[in-house]
Design a protein around this ligand. Structure first.
Ligand SMILES: NC(=O)c1ccc[n+]([C@@H]2O[C@H](COP(=O)([O-])OP(=O)(O)OC[C@H]3O[C@@H](n4cnc5c(N)ncnc54)[C@H](OP(=O)(O)O)[C@@H]3O)[C@@H](O)[C@H]2O)c1
Length: 315
């Protein structure tokens, strides 16, 4: 049975994941979607969606007054913001404060990550998740935390520094058989759209996993599909990786690069894995497997149209 949550405010709806969340929330019957849009940013491109029943509200996390007016008449808040600590931590704490004062009955902070309660998972970057999560619990605002491992889109992107398909190189630590959790962004978004109205999800930290894979599995799948041979480069042992992650604390690194990098490498180092997926509680959703994802991404490009560097010239 769903709650009587109807009006959902999405913050960060103009972002990469936020865009998927907007689509998933819009597809959920009974939800009226409000999206906070920063004046003068790429959010202006959203103006056209108003005709689909979306209420666009001008505002920013930096301005409490704009948050207070965005929260008027809202039952639930879903955040998909990203950025430096002023946004990710201070901004979300302002949003939480406004949500508390407006009696919001569900708050989902911008997690969609590894298990950041594993204190060693990703150091400073994950510490920001922990700070917000602690504040959410203390605030007394009914909430749900959503964890999904690494996004497939991110894990397979050059930002994660594991797969560089354009150059035909795959980097790994240990044996390449260390498992990691991955979920397609669209699936994570559909799960959020389910849990935001699910009364049983209140007060829970829910883990969803699209698939569990390894570096070797992904490389083998890609090779089988494209006929392109990847050069494997072992960067060291899992212990070496752990030491590197401690040294390379992500302060100062770009948020996108840190997030992508840590979402996979922390898991390869055995940190932040999701142990109790709640997939079975949401049987309507059949997540994409890693194979589905790789096939959908590379099936369309005929091998003849792909540029393959000769192995000797690769770094
Ligand atoms: N598990 C994974 O592998 C993984 C990978 C990537 C991301 N994530 C997580 O997914 C979430 C979203 O990340 P993303 O990559 O989709 O982010 P993104 O594309 O960078 O989008 C960030 C969003 O935050 C908004 N924003 C930034 N500053 C704001 C402010 N002061 N006030 C209001 N809105 C503001 C942006 O609005 P404008 O359009 O106005 O700039 C944009 O909508 C984050 O929690 C991130 O850690 C997880």
């Amino acid at each position: 049975m769903d709650t009587d949550i109807t009006h959902v405010l999405l913050v960060g709806g103009t972002g990469r994941f936020g865009g998927r969340l907007a689509s998933a929330l819009l597809a959920r019957p009974g939800i009226h979607l409000h999206v906070l849009v920063r004046p003068g940013t790429r959010g202006d491109a959203l103006r056209g969606v108003a005709e689909h029943g979306v209420t666009l509200v001008g505002g920013t996390l930096d301005d409490m007054r704009s948050l207070d007016s965005a929260l008027e008449g809202v039952d639930a808040v879903v955040s998909a913001v990203s950025g430096p600590p002023e946004v990710r931590v201070e901004g979300q704490l302002r949003l939480l404060d406004s949500a508390r004062r407006h009696g919001v009955v569900r708050f989902i902070p911008s997690d969609y990550s590894l298990d950041y309660t594993d204190a060693d998972a990703g150091d400073a970057f994950m510490a920001a998740h922990r700070r917000v999560a602690d504040a959410v619990v203390k605030s007394g605002v009914p909430h749900t935390f959503v964890l999904c491992g690494a996004f497939m889109e991110t894990a397979l992107s050059p930002h994660a520094q594991v797969f560089d398909f354009a150059r035909g190189v795959v980097s790994y630590w240990g044996t390449g058989d260390e498992p990691f959790d991955v979920t397609a962004m669209a699936d994570a978004a559909r799960w959020v759209a389910e849990v935001v109205v699910d009364p049983h999800a209140a007060g829970q930290r829910l883990e969803f996993v699209g698939d569990v894979t390894t570096v070797n599995d992904v490389a083998a799948l890609y090779e089988a599909l494209t006929g392109q041979r990847l050069r494997r480069v072992c960067r060291g042992s899992v212990e070496d990786l752990r030491r590197q992650l401690v040294r390379a604390r992500p302060e100062g690194a770009s948020v996108q690069a840190s997030s992508a990098h840590l979402s996979v490498l922390s898991q390869l180092a055995g940190k932040g894995r999701l142990r109790e997926p709640a997939n079975a509680e949401y049987t309507r959703l059949r997540p994409m497997t890693l194979r589905d994802f790789v096939e959908a991404r590379w099936r369309r490009v005929p091998a003849s149209a792909r540029v393959t560097l000769p192995l000797a010239s690769q770094p």
